[in-house]
Design a protein. Structure first.
Length: 359
């Protein structure tokens, strides 16, 4: 079985960590927790880090087993099938969310009259092609563009310094609103779960764990700086601004002779969105194969494309509906799949010998 290296895994984890956090989430958090949304981010990103530690523990214990095999061994075939069916639905929702947020962003920033058909066609062609090429090719592509993405992201943060207003007013929200904000938007987190679903295809050692941890910590710091700058620049109007990474540099390029520097943010979001959707779609097809063993990833892609097109063109689901559903229903699925399930697997496997020692 083809595997990916520790650095490729670190790059994948970093790109997944950016998912759904640099566009609309800052404004959504502000509606519930005001500027204390910054501390909500710290809390939920800490949960992501703990989830990564659980991944290391499980990977160390079951070096060559898949997440599906671990669940099946400890919980039985029925629960394994049920959990992976829920994960399949969960991944489909995640892809729909990233797609709708990205479509809203690119339509507003690049071409207001762009047809949805063009965007869907490009999205399906690129992401389906990435999945068909395989995980190793996709990982190499992400590894090649990763430094460029980070440089563009840091450049946007650097430009935003000129717009810095004052530190936002913290501790302005009661504890109930604070906790509700974290729970309602938990669906935007937990993307480290995808590493669990790829664990049998990942090469990992102690040096690799350290490398992945460093990448995740750097990404976490960059995201927190973005939120701090966003709330400091817009303060009480933060809930209006739905494109955080572009909005924080708006004044920098509009009132100077620097030109369309917002293109840096647009390129950053473009690469991140395509990579995030591609890796989620690859995992979706892998889960589909485990649920229906006689079939291959071509069947998974065809089924995904058909259902995806149905939701886009028949149900006319948009950004508002997908985020409303996310705050109303998805938090319960997210809590179960992102945190409860990995913790249960860790508890069940505690105390035993790892696979390498057994051999």
């Amino acid at each position: 079985m083809k595997t990916i290296s520790s650095r490729q895994t670190a790059v994948t984890a970093s790109i997944l960590l950016f998912a759904n956090k640099i566009l609309v989430l800052p404004s959504l958090l502000y509606e519930y927790a005001r500027a204390d949304g910054f501390f909500v981010m710290i809390l939920l990103l800490l949960a992501e880090f703990l989830l990564l530690m659980i991944f290391f523990k499980l990977k160390h214990r079951y070096s060559n087993s898949s997440f599906y095999e671990i669940i099946k061994k400890n919980m039985g075939v029925f629960l394994a099938k049920l959990m992976f069916f829920l994960i399949l639905l969960y991944l489909f929702y995640k892809i729909l969310l990233v797609y709708n947020v990205s479509y809203m962003y690119f339509r507003a920033q690049v071409y207001l009259d762009a047809s949805v058909y063009i965007f869907v066609l490009v999205f399906l062609l690129v992401c389906n092609s990435c999945v068909m090429r395989g995980l190793r090719s996709l990982s190499r592509c992400m590894e090649f563009f990763f430094n460029f993405i980070i440089v563009c992201f840091v450049f946007c943060l650097f430009l935003s310094i000129a717009n810095f207003n004052k530190f936002p007013i913290f501790f302005d929200t009661n504890i109930l609103k604070f906790m509700e904000s974290g729970f309602r938007h938990i669906f935007c987190f937990g993307d480290i779960l995808l590493l669990f679903l790829l664990m049998d295809r990942i090469e990992l050692n102690k040096k690799g764990e350290k490398q992945i941890t460093i990448y995740v910590l750097i990404t976490t710091i960059l995201i927190l700086i973005l939120y701090l700058m966003f709330y400091s620049i817009f303060n009480y109007t933060s809930f209006v601004h739905k494109n955080a990474i572009s909005d924080i540099i708006t004044f920098s390029y509009r009132f100077t002779d620097l030109g369309r520097l917002d293109m840096v943010a647009i390129i950053t979001v473009m690469f991140l969105s395509l990579f995030q959707i591609s890796i989620a779609l690859y995992v979706f097809c892998d889960c589909f194969i485990k649920l229906f063993p006689p079939l291959n990833k071509v069947y998974g892609l065809v089924n995904f494309d058909l259902v995806f097109l149905f939701f886009i063109f028949v149900t006319s689901i948009d950004y508002m509906r997908i985020t409303y559903f996310g705050t109303l229903v998805m938090p319960y699925f997210a809590l179960l799949l992102q945190y409860v399930l990995p913790v249960i697997c860790l508890i069940f496997t505690a105390g035993g010998a790892n696979e390498k020692n057994k051999r």
